[in-house]
Design a protein around this ligand. Structure first.
Ligand code: KG4
Ligand code: ZN
Length: 341
């Protein structure tokens, strides 16, 4: 791209925190020029979940290929790139290290600045890609395989966590329940699909409240309740209606996420609300938020499914705002599995 306007900031973004090897080129924080994702899901399905050692090895095999493709699809070369942004936490340490080492090598070889990005900041920033008008402040629910956070986005890259899960993340609950009813990994999309054929009011599963913080979540009791229900059915020799269990479980999760989130939006006095993370692609969750936000005059934002689950475009969006406020990392940048937001 010879005519590349130098006032344009192009971020090459890399994401390897879990089981997706991803690279993307993002222009001025909001325009995705390429978004390449090599998903390892098929590789991990046979084990019923992500095997960290296998994930790291696959990342190292695929990372160069994925980056080359991202540059090619964006029709740019490394000379056009303003900064390399990489997820440096949280996530699986061996998986993160592949992306971090790769980004450092590119930065060292070319002199392009290095910017480390928080994975959750990436998920939240996915909302900026398709909603050009969205600006902080707003409230965001981040629900993924590893996190369930209610966050006030005070400014770009500035967050205040107001609620979090006390035990399982929402996506983790989807994955565990899916395994228990024999649907396999990853559970979220499978429960989402099967729920359409089930009755969400067939079984009343618990909606947990956490006494100490009204914005916190707890999903392990719900998961145990589903497992108990399945055991009871088996002991009594009753046939389990998988679709009813899936739909009833999903409704219990959605009810809690919606109630806590909209309570926070109201109490903290915001009029914009966004969702992010893999669970944000759940069709029932999106429909429930759409309806409840409309009733309350809250503008509701959500990313397309491809920007909800792990991808590098979201890291490019978050990385742009970090880069613009002068964040630069040194060659001692490390992977931090429990990096705080
Ligand atoms: O954000 P993500 O790709 O990875 C993490 O950072 O954890 O989220 C993956 C999680 C998995 O637990 C998966 O089951 C869940 O998101 N998920 C869904 C749906 N699609 C993915 N959960 C519910 N409904 C979906 N449609
Ligand atoms: Zn994620």
């Amino acid at each position: 791209m010879d005519q590349m306007n130098k006032s344009e900031v192009l971020i090459l973004a890399i994401e390897t925190s879990c089981d997706e090897t991803a690279a993307s080129v993002v222009k001025n924080g909001r325009e995705v020029l390429s978004n390449v994702i090599y998903t390892q899901i098929a590789l991990h399905t046979q084990f019923g979940g992500v095997v960290p050692e296998i994930a790291s090895r696959k990342h190292i095999e695929k990372i160069n290929q994925v980056i080359e493709q991202a540059l090619k699809e964006a029709e740019v070369t490394l000379q056009d790139i303003s900064a390399v942004a990489v997820t440096h936490g949280p996530g699986l340490v061996g998986a993160l290290l592949v992306g971090v080492a790769e980004a450092k090598a590119i930065s060292f070889a070319t002199g392009i600045p290095l910017v480390g990005v928080h994975h959750i900041s990436g998920h939240i920033s996915a909302n900026y890609i398709e909603h050009k008008e969205l600006e902080p402040p707003f409230v965001c629910l981040v629900a993924s395989g590893g996190h369930s956070h209610l966050v006030v986005v005070k400014d770009y890259g500035r967050y205040e966590i107001i609620g979090r899960t006390r035990d399982d993340a929402a996506g983790e609950a989807f994955d565990k329940v899916a395994r228990a009813i024999g649907l396999g990994y990853p559970g979220g999309p499978k429960i989402d699909r099967l729920s359409r054929e089930g009755n969400p009011d067939a079984i009343l599963f618990p909606r947990a409240k956490v006494a100490e913080n009204e914005y916190d979540f707890s999903f392990s009791g719900l998961k145990s309740s589903v497992l108990n229900y399945l055991n009871n059915c088996r002991m009594k020799g009753e046939e389990v209606n998988q679709a009813d269990v899936a739909a009833s479980f999903q409704k219990a999760v959605v009810d809690v996420l919606v109630e806590h989130s909209l309570h926070a939006v109201k109490t903290f006095g915001y009029d914009k609300f966004a969702i992010a993370g893999g669970v944000a692609s759940n069709s029932s969750l999106r429909a429930a938020f759409e309806q409840e936000c409309a009733k309350r005059g809250i503008t509701f934002y959500y990313p397309s499914p491809v920007y909800c689950t792990d991808n590098a475009a979201m890291i490019g969006a978050a990385g742009y705002y970090e880069y613009m406020r002068g964040v630069r990392h040194g060659y001692d940048l490390n992977a931090v599995p429990n990096l705080p937001l």
